[in-house]
Design a binder for this molecule. Sequence first.
Ligand SMILES: *Cc1c(COP(=O)(O)O)cnc(C)c1O
Length: 436
Amino acid sequence: MQNNWQQLLQFDQKHIWHPYTKIPNPLATIGVQKTAGSIIILADNRELIDAMSSWWACIHGYNHPLIQKAMHKQIETMPHIMFGGLTHQPAIELAQRLIKLTPKGLETVFFSDSGSVAVEVAIKMALQYWISLKQPDKKHLMTIKGGYHGDTFATMALCDPDNGMHHLFNNSLTKHYFAPKPQLGFHIDSDNQDINAFKTLLSKHHQTIAAVCLEPIVQGAGGMRFYRPNYLKQISLLCQEYNVLLIADEIATGFGRTGKLFACEWANITPDILCLGKSLTGGNLTLAATLTTDVISQTISQGEPGLLMHGPTFMANPLACATAIASIDLLLSSPWQQNIQRIETHLQQTLLPLKEESGIKDVRVLGAIGVIELEQDNLGEKVQAYAVENGVWLRPFGNLIYTMPAFNIPQQQLHKLTKGIILAVKKALSEYIEQN
Ligand SMILES: *Cc1c(COP(=O)(O)O)cnc(C)c1O
């Protein structure tokens, strides 16, 4: 590696915070020079196949020429303009697409700049809705354990209380209602114990609950858990029965990842509020959106103070909106369902047999998501290091080794990717077993 890079990495280690690290950062952070498709080219010219899509976002791989073309065009006309009192075609055309594609009934769009903020806006919409209806007692939220909704204070309070940050920030976080985790398994035929527990909690507190907020079908960063569509369907019905709004956080699942364009479609439901982010721009720029119904929008607008009280500086950034339009059009013109099916089949064939290995607690696959859950929760760093040795970029957390590749990853790279992951997991496990 060039001398220059070593100096840059030293500076990085001492001066720049990375996600969930300390300073100086004791972990080796790897320098990247460029990307191409599903390949990440490192500072030392090594090439890694990307298993992560940069945390669900880069669904078309990196540097897609059609998206880059749209970005160049927008840069030349208008990279940014404030959204207060002004509007533009990229925002309008993106909103038209989102209203058309998302479950029927969602008619208005609020653009923001990150997933956490999209959830904050959803919470604000729900609270303002009840304030407008002169029911200010409906000020609490309810969710299910095992969730993840962001790192800001309102969203942190909805994350899983056991593996989230509740303990640390206990004195500063709003307390909400947590139902038990839904039973693990997309395909299972359940006895509905989880639904009964949810119903008990909701029926007891619904008069003070503004909204239920959850991730439909896939709980992502909170534990990579998949649950059955019927659970979601039942919850949607219970929310209607008890007059509580439903916020669906599709920031990770939106735009095809689970095999449906939106995970809500598995249960055939329309939430009252829907959050989108991550892959909205194909991972090229940061943009998020919160959609809601006409009834909620009208109620907020006619209530006190008659305005939705939110408005970020970079709201509906034209460059980000133009990028999102290009990403959505590219997705819809691609054989994305076949691609998800192809990846799902491959992940099932290659990863599911690992279930038999000792040291592995569970292996699960849904759509273009593969998860290997280890029994030990301290092997992630090792697995990551071995995966990199095998030419694969993987970023486990805790005991969860997971992959969500770009939808258009070439089959040959997909084969190398799973092979690299499996070898890395087996090596880390056999070392662990030897030493214990
Ligand atoms: C990533 C994620 C968020 C937070 O998005 P940021 O852009 O990181 O703020 C919220 N909800 C879900 C389900 C996510 O996966």
